[in-house]
Design a protein around this ligand. Sequence first.
Ligand code: RAM
Length: 520
Amino acid sequence: MAKVSIDLNMKRVTNDNFVEKAKKLEPKLLEKQVKPIKIVSIGNDGKVEPRADIGELDRISLKKGDSLVLDFGDHQVGYVSLKLKSVGSPQDAPAYLRLKFGEVPKEIKENSEEYNGWISRGWIQEEYIHVDVLPAWLHLPRRYAFRFLEIYAVDTSVKFQVVVEEVVCRAVSAVDMENIEPFSASDPVLRQMDKVSLRTLQNCMQSVFEDGPKRDRRLWLGDLRLQALANYATFQENELVKRCMYLFAGLTREDGAIGACLFTEPEYLVDDTFMFDYSLLFLSALKEYYEATNDKETVEELWPSAYRQIELSRMCFDERNVVSEEAGDSCFVDWKEGLNKQASAQAIYIYVLKDAIAMANAFGQEKLAEKLEEERKRCVSAALDYFWDEKQGVFVSGEKRQISYASQVWMILAGVKAGEEARMLLDRIVELKPEMSMVTPYMNHHFVEALLLCGEKEKAIDYMKYYWGGMLLQGADTFWELYNPDNPQESPYGSSAVNSHCHAWSCTPSYLLRTLTNEE
Ligand code: RAM
């Protein structure tokens, strides 16, 4: 498990004005009725085979131990209702059913009894339900994220069976796909990649930008930033970004630290998890919001909250201008087990300083910009002195001088190495193939950004086809929280049963592809 800083004794402060603004920006969700398109069967290997035409549904009767799986054709987020009846003799006992929802087929096959991961089993989308009287409409109160629904009859009685006459999903999202111009490319893989990215983003856009509609259904800063970028290039639902920014700035720790994550129910609440990188990246998200919207009023109002993250992070640096190992430990960066994040923390601070300088200049705060520029130079030279290994020609991190993709990528994004040197550094790290690889689409996104910054457009496209394309080859309808091409079953939680398969931070191909073409 990644170490993060959890502050159990924290005092929270609320800026009522900001929270009020956020509340007013709550979107009205759009709804669509979706019905299953096929009855399928799923093998133990997760292979989906057609079983019957959907028109056959009300001719299938389920007795004890029988099941059927419905395929909704694409990833859905919504509320499900089932119209049930009994056949045979009169219903002399409750119908006892298990309903299982899967974003991907293998979730249907996973046995939740065997789950032993370290996050709550409550995330597994499975219900055991008694229906006392049939016929009935069963309206499930939870919102599900799924493509497949298995209905399993735990028990009926020897006298009656259950028939599922109809199933409807009321799918919800803040945005509609209809207004979106798909990415035009001759390569079908890129077109499919865009389609799946858009669906991922759409299904994560709810009352806030959720990280994943299956799990955690919350607002995380790192995810928000990437979703916002993809949103500016596609749906342009910019008021939703604004709402999320006001929430983060309106609900902070007493010292002004912006949390890594926010709850929106039962009331708006900042979590007690803080991450060095996520807090800082609020500033970059604000800069990007400004670039996308030109909304000076909002940005000026939120600027002090953003700048406060620099002041707080600055305290983690020593007299050599080197960030502490602890700050590294409290970074997210990636879910790669064993990854040392000290060098990434140093780089992310420099990266955010760059954005702060740009903002200060844009708002006529030249003095501040100059001061920050001096600090940036000091941090860059400390990064080179302390983290650059001349002999190996790579950045290293931590006391054990660990080599990882993450350190190189963030140092390049921060501009510590640039131009030809940076380009060669990326080649070197790919060749070295360090054990500390990248496992989340979040980290992989930043790798692609680094390639683009070095002018490696073709390599960027090839890499996207390898990474996000790898998920497509495995049948992804939406992109996943975690994908390690060397180990597709990997999970940061001890079991892939709780992995999210529609995850915000994986939606960036839509943004990257459009950025690439715009630059031509
Ligand atoms: C996971 C969430 C989220 C991410 C954090 C760091 O729990 O799914 O996407 O931002 O980790």
